[in-house]
Ligand binder design. Structure first.
Ligand code: NAD
Ligand code: WQD
Length: 344
C-alpha cells in the first residue's frame, strides 16, 4: 500500500515561526516535505509552532537560534538531511529600520550571508528568498513587472535590494545554485483554521491588521493615509494577497527550482489592486463590525498605487493566487476573533 503523501526532501525554514513562514510550513508539510524551523523568536512566539503542529498533526523540529549563529546553524545542518532552504528570517518594520539601520542591515544581511555560506560549504544550493515589492521603491506605474528598476526608500527596503544583489552575485560565481527570489506584494489573511495568523507586536503598521484591531475594539479608529490620490476613490491602492496563496507560491517555486536549470525572480501578488476604503468595506462585511475611520495626510514614502504583473509567476511557477479580498478578510477576522491577544 502506498501512503497518501510521498515523503520528500527536508527544507530548512528560517523565520518559520513568523507570519509567512508558519503558513508556508503548513503547505510544505501538506505536500509531504520534511521541515526544520530555525527562528530566534525576535518577532514571533513559540506558540505559533505549536499551532502549526496542531494543524499538521505531527511534531516539527524547531531550533530557537539566531541564523547568524554559525556554530548553532552548523549543528542544525549536521542533524538533518537538508536539501533546500527558505529564508524568511528578517526584521521587517519600515519605520523601525529608519531608526535602527545598523540593526536592520546586520540582521537581514548577516543572516543571509551566514546561511548561504553554510549551504555552500555543504553543497546545498536550492534557495528561496523572501523579497518584497519594496525593492521597486516608488514605482512609476502599475502593474509592476520584474524588469522595473530597483531602489529603496528606507533601510529595510535597501536590505532587500542588497540581498537580491548578493544572490545575483552568488549565482554568477557558481551557476549551479538554484535561487528563487520571490517579491511579495501585501500579504494578509490567515489559515482557515483560525489557529495561525499575523501577530504584530504593539500597534500594527500595516493596513489589514490595523483594521482588524479596530473591528475587534482594540483600536478606536483607522487613520486613512491620504484621500486625494489619483485612484478611483482617492485612497491608496495595493495588491493584497492571501498568505495561504503566498505560501503555495513557495511550494510552487520549490517545485520549479527542482525542474529548472536557472534561477528565477518573480512577483507574488494577485495582479489586482484594492483601495484602502475597499478593504475597510470588505472587512466590515466579513466581520459584521463597523470600522470607523478618518482621512488624514498621506504617509511619507507611499505611492498612490502598486500592484503586480503576475505573468512571470504564472509562466515560471505555474502558480496563481486563488483567494479574493472577501476570503482574505473572512480568514483574517476569524484569526483575530479567535485570538484577540494573538499568540499571547
Ligand atoms: P515575521 O516577522 O512574522 O517573520 C520573520 C521571522 O523571522 C520572525 O519569526 C522572527 O522571529 C524571525 N527572525 C528574524 N530575524 C531572525 C534571525 N536573525 N534569526 C532567526 N530568526 C529570525 O515576518 P513575515 O511577515 O512572516 O515576513 C517573512 C519575510 O517576508 C521577511 O523576510 C519579510 O521581510 C518578507 N516580507 C514580508 C512582507 C509582509 O508584509 N509581511 C512583505 C514582503 C516581504
Ligand atoms: C497599505 C495601504 C497605506 C495603514 C508595507 C511595506 C512593504 C511590505 C508590505 C515588507 C497604503 C494605507 C496603512 C494605516 C492606511 N512589507 N494605510 N492606514 O505600505 O503597501 O507596504 O508592507 O516587505 O515594504 O512598506 O502596506 O499595509 O502599510 O499600507 O491608510 O494605518 O494602506 O497608506 O495605501 P504598504 P501597508
Amino acid at each position: 500500500m502506498t501512503t497518501a503523501v510521498q515523503r520528500r526532501e527536508t527544507i530548512l525554514v528560517t523565520g518559520g515561526a513568523g507570519f509567512v513562514g508558519s503558513h508556508t510550513v503548513v503547505e510544505l508539510m501538506a505536500k509531504g516535505y520534511e521541515v526544520v524551523i530555525v527562528d530566534n523568536l525576535v518577532n514571533s512566539k513559540r506558540e505559533a509552532v505549536r499551532r502549526v503542529e496542531q494543524i499538521v498533526g505531527r511534531e516539527v523540529p524547531f531550533y530557537d537560534i539566531d541564523v547568524r549563529d554559525e556554530a548553532a546553524l552548523a549543528k542544525v545542518f549536521d542533524a538533518h538531511p537538508i536539501g533546500a532552504a527558505m529564508h524568511f528570517a528578517a526584521l521587517k518594520s519600515v519605520g523601525e529600520s529608519v531608526a535602527r539601520p545598523i540593526a536592520y542591515y546586520r540582521n537581514n544581511l548577516d543572516s543571509l550571508l551566514v546561511l548561504l555560506d553554510a549551504m555552500r560549504e555543504r553543497d546545498i544550493k536550492k534557495f528561496i528568498f523572501s523579497s518584497s515589492a519594496t525593492v521597486y521603491g516608488m514605482p512609476e506605474r502599475s502593474p509592476v513587472d520584474e524588469s522595473f528598476p530597483l531602489s529603496a526608500t528606507n533601510p529595510y527596503g535597501q536590505s532587500k535590494v542588497i540581498a537580491e544583489q548578493i544572490l545575483r552575485d552568488v549565482e554568477r560565481a557558481d551557476p549551479s545554485w538554484r535561487i528563487a527570489t520571490l517579491r511579495y506584494f501585501n500579504p494578509v489573511g490567515a489559515h482557515e483554521s483560525g489557529l495561525i495568523g499575523e501577530d504584530p507586536a504593539g500597534v500594527p503598521n500595516n493596513l489589514m491588521p490595523y483594521v482588524a484591531q479596530v473591528a475587534v475594539g482594540k483600536l478606536e479608529k483607522l487613520r486613512v493615509f491620504g484621500g486625494d490620490y489619483a485612484t478611483p476613490d482617492g485612497t491608496g491602492v495595493r495588491d493584497y494577497i492571501h498568505v495561504v496563496d503566498l505560501a503555495r507560491g513557495h511550494t510552487a517555486a520549490l517545485d520549479a527550482l527542482g525542474s529548472r536549470d536557472a534561477s528565477l525572480v518573480v512577483n507574488l501578488g494577485t495582479g489586482r489592486g484594492y483601495s484602502v476604503l475597499e478593504v475597510v468595506r470588505a472587512f466590515e462585511a466579513a466581520s459584521g463590525k463597523k470600522v470607523p475611520y478618518e482621512i488624514v495626510a498621506p504617509r511619507p514614502g507611499d505611492v498612490a498605487e502598486c500592484y503586480a504583473n503576475i505573468d512571470a509567476a504564472e509562466k515560471l511557477l505555474g502558480w496563481r493566487a486563488q483567494y479574493g479580498l472577501e476570503r482574505m478578510c473572512a480568514d483574517h477576522w476569524r484569526w483575530q476573533e479567535m485570538n484577540p491577544r494573538g499568540f499571547a
